[in-house]
Design a protein around this ligand. Structure first.
Ligand code: DQA
Length: 151
């Protein structure tokens, strides 16, 4: 099973930005840990981060063309206003799980609404990087239920 983790703007600054909200762990370290975690579960995980909306959309389309089994997406602030990312998710017909490290519902009002979540299977927020593992867990359980082999 091949899963993509897509992270949007400013998430490359994890470990630097608002440490009280997003924690101390750096972006590269998080990706390394998640890839190892996925590997142990028999999942191939690729990580991609971009600060640009267009690049995120290009990568979403690439996930379709390269036949990924699912995508974990943290669109960062694009979550709250990118109809273009909503459309891109919809156009692939792939299962997406939206993850936010922070609990967006306890923060500023503008973060309470996600325009991208309705294009996804579901949303996980407020559990830090564990949320990415929870999303992986969804894909693993789901592939077991449907009798697919992992990898
Ligand atoms: C975030 C929440 C967004 O509101 C914010 O713009 C981010 C990170 C999160 O992971 O908690 O960049 O997606």
């Amino acid at each position: 099973m091949k899963i993509m983790l897509l992270q949007g703007p400013n998430l490359n600054f994890l470990g630097i930005r608002e440490k009280n909200v997003y924690g101390l762990q750096g972006y590269d370290d998080i990706c390394r840990e998640l890839k190892e975690y996925a590997f142990l579960k028999g999942v191939e995980l690729d990580c991609f981060q971009s600060n640009g909306e267009g690049e995120i959309i290009d990568r979403i389309q690439q996930c379709y063309l390269e036949k990924y089994d699912g995508v974990i997406i943290n669109p960062g602030a694009y979550t709250h206003y990118s109809y273009a990312i909503f459309d891109a998710i919809k156009s692939t017909n792939l299962p997406f799980v939206e993850v936010h490290l922070s609990n967006i519902h306890t923060r500023e009002e503008f973060r309470h609404h996600s325009v991208t979540a309705p294009a996804c299977v579901g949303q996980i927020c407020g559990f830090g990087t564990m949320g990415y593992k929870m999303a992986l867990g969804y894909f693993i359980e789901n592939s077991l239920d449907s009798g697919e082999e992992n990898i």
